[in-house]
Design a protein around this ligand. Sequence first.
Ligand code: PAF
Length: 281
Amino acid sequence: MKICRTIAECRSIVAGYRFAGETVGLVPTMGFLHDGHLALVACSETRVDRTVATIFVNPAQFGEAADLEAYPRDEERDFEMLRAAGVDCVLVPDVSEVYPAEDETIVETTRMANILHGQVRPGHFRGVTTVVARLFNFVQPDIACFGEKDYQQLQVVKKMTRDLAFPIEIIGVPTVREDDGLAMSSRNVRLGTKDRQAALVLSRSLNAADQAAAKGTTIEALHDVIKNIITAEPRATLRGLDIVAAGDLTEISGALTSPAAIMISVEFGGILLLDQRVVTP
Ligand code: PAF
């Protein structure tokens, strides 16, 4: 596995793949990898000849400097995992190369970035699309893989890719879960034992919503199902619950007649966890 610290190194390796007629997949990450990231790698490997991963903790998508500082990092372990997973090349760029001094270009999906989770974390999705657009330009892949767990991020990236006509197919990869149902996340390691146990309330509430949807229900009733289960867990603070049209994330109400995306964010002892499910009538 090639480890590139500069964009130029990575471009020259990708040029070699192209010269050999090979297709290229991109797996963008912020490091501190877990099985969820490896599922993105596996997905890329089944579709293209070469997989390039990036590790970059993107300052532009963090609201508070403290959050950025607290973000877990372990580069050597990440390299080992990527190597074992068969990644061909990893780009670990410096902040000064991704965001050159006095740069002034941002990329934003003006509606989608500022609804739902974007209202709770102003500027977050602008930071994501700005860095993803840059990573797309650095690597110029044929496909790029993103987790469905960050459902709004996936839709925002799809929209940006369509709007800017990047010739890149965006692949959504299903959420990977621990054996007990907790969605994998780099944040899980920061949970204490009791909060880790309490966090199972996320998948439990989504399973209940899934069952209600299969029997026939309304959007309002789905809100209640989830809210009741989460508020019954004393260690959990519900920070966000959105049920919107799958794909374009527009508001919906009344009877559930088409696929709906449920997105929840719940805090446990200062750690915010996300989960998501698309339910169908
Ligand atoms: O999902 C993430 O890890 C990040 O938001 C991403 C897509 C790598 C952009 O920094």
